[in-house]
Design a protein around this ligand. Structure first.
Ligand code: ZN
Length: 258
């Protein structure tokens, strides 16, 4: 699998998880670094309370039946933690985000029934140059925790450089149809988590039609990128839900759960 060669496999994901667990074992809060407080999900009580778990549920029904869940609101606390993770190399903070997503999945039978996970591949060239993709690492972290299959289902339809040369406006118009199924002879590459072992292999596209999956992303604003990612799956009759760590906007009355 190519991802192993360029090092992506070991950036974040399993490595970060192990580091995160060690950190927690030592009794340090993953967010503030304070020691000796009762940790849960890697966080001390006050950092835990700083997460805004107001969730958002968008039913993007214009494109078949596609629902996108966001597990939290992207408040200052989460933004700071995410910036540390994404730009300051604090990959151990991944545990914070995977825990939030995992808690949310546990509370939602429709999501905890899913058998496999996938993610939105890198969107912009700048991101491609960085070592890791948060969406991939969150999906992998969830797959490890829950013993699910991680499927490398999507790839970008165009070369990043082409996208990069487009104007901002054109690029936005271009989002739709920008992902395609990363299919080879009817198969997609996948990772299986058996105990602590990671086994790479393939899944048959047809087999995904019988089992609901989850498309993971880090942050959702309008949900349009999620729709673009779900498109190639829905077109093939593959049932999929969207799940993001956070929503950039506070839910309006239609988007609130319960
Ligand atoms: Zn803390």
């Amino acid at each position: 699998m190519r991802r192993k060669k360029n090092g992506t496999f070991w950036e974040g994901g399993p490595g970060a998880r192990i580091f995160g667990l060690l950190f927690e074992e030592e009794g340090f809060c993953l967010a503030c670094g304070e020691r000796g407080k009762a940790l849960s999900g890697g966080l001390c009580p006050s950092c835990r309370a700083a997460i805004d778990r107001t969730s958002t549920c968008r039913k993007l029904t214009e494109e078949a039946d596609f629902t996108v869940f966001s597990a939290s609101f992207y408040n200052h606390f989460l933004r700071d933690q995410f910036a540390d993770y994404k730009f300051s190399g604090k990959s151990y903070k991944e545990e914070i985000f995977v825990s939030i997503l995992d808690d949310y999945m546990k509370d939602h039978p429709v999501l905890s029934r899913a058998g496999w996970l996938t993610y939105l591949p890198m969107r912009q060239r700048r991101e491609t140059l960085r070592a890791y993709n948060p969406a991939l690492n969150f999906a992998r972290g969830l797959a490890m925790r829950r013993g699910l299959v991680l499927v490398h289902a999507l790839r970008k339809a165009r070369e990043s450089r082409e996208q990069h040369t487009l104007s901002r406006r054109d690029r936005m118009d271009n989002v739709r149809g920008s992902y395609i199924l990363a299919e080879e002879d009817g198969f997609l590459s996948a990772e299986f988590f058996i105990g602590k072992e990671i086994v790479t292999g393939r899944v048959r596209v047809e087999d995904l039609m019988d089992q609901e999956g989850i498309l993971v992303d880090d942050l959702v604003t309008t949900g349009r990128t999620m729709v673009a990612g779900a498109g190639p799956l829905l077109e093939r009759g593959i049932p999929i839900y969207g799940l993001s760590l956070a929503s950039a906007s506070y839910p309006n009355n239609d988007q609130k759960e319960n």
